[in-house]
Design a protein around this ligand. Structure first.
Ligand code: ZN
Length: 198
């Protein structure tokens, strides 16, 4: 990076830390940014800082929100007795886009992955169990079809079943190894409709 001046070299280095951005793309972005009007660059930087500083987890479902309770949990028209368990806020957004689900969610923020030292206490599992003490009819497990996603689904099912709550898993129309958020809306809708009891 010696052939770039200090400032631009630093910018390229920071940008190349982002997922999917190699040094070449980072350089292209960096030169684009320094060519932008100053006020636009300020706005971009401020928006990033604001998003990072002001976003927090919903106290109910742990989705990202800038309020205490997210708009989904705060909506009295949603069915609060059905909870869909997802891995990330992006998975939640994928299901919301289908407009086929009227229940509420629970975001785990990960899955159990023993090889990476991620255990039940590292995801929002305890928080899910807390919620199940309330009035809940069904838990729909919509973790990804990866090994970790399946193992996490099995564990949740094991915990939830004794409480007498119905547990279902989204249908395997979702291809193994693919990430939920990349799947089209029709496939997600079918996966939800075809869910099976665990
Ligand atoms: Zn919420």
């Amino acid at each position: 990076m010696e052939y770039y001046s200090g400032q631009i070299g630093k910018l390229i280095e920071e940008l190349s830390r982002l997922p999917g951005i190699g040094t070449k793309t980072a350089a292209r972005l960096a030169f684009h940014i320094i060519g932008m009007p100053a006020e636009q660059v300020h706005k971009l930087a401020e928006t990033m800082v604001d998003a990072r500083d002001n976003l927090k987890y919903c106290k109910e479902c742990y989705n990202l929100t800038d309020m205490e309770i997210c708009p989904i949990c705060g909506n009295p028209k949603r069915n609060h007795k059905t909870i869909m368990v997802v891995e990330t806020p992006r998975d939640l957004a994928a299901y919301e886009k289908t407009k086929q689900y009227d229940g509420v969610y629970h975001v785990l923020h990960g899955v159990i992955a023993p090889l990476l030292n991620i255990g039940p206490n590292d995801i929002k599992l305890k928080e899910l169990m807390e919620r199940l003490r309330g009035d809940v009819d069904e838990v729909i497990i919509a973790t990804n079809a990866s090994h970790e996603g399946e193992a996490t689904a099995m564990l949740i099912s094991k915990y939830v079943k004794p409480a007498g709550i119905k547990v279902s898993r989204i249908a395997s129309g979702v291809p193994v190894g693919s990430e939920l958020e990349c799947i089209d809306e029709i496939t997600l809708k079918r996966a939800l409709e075809g869910r099976v009891n665990m």
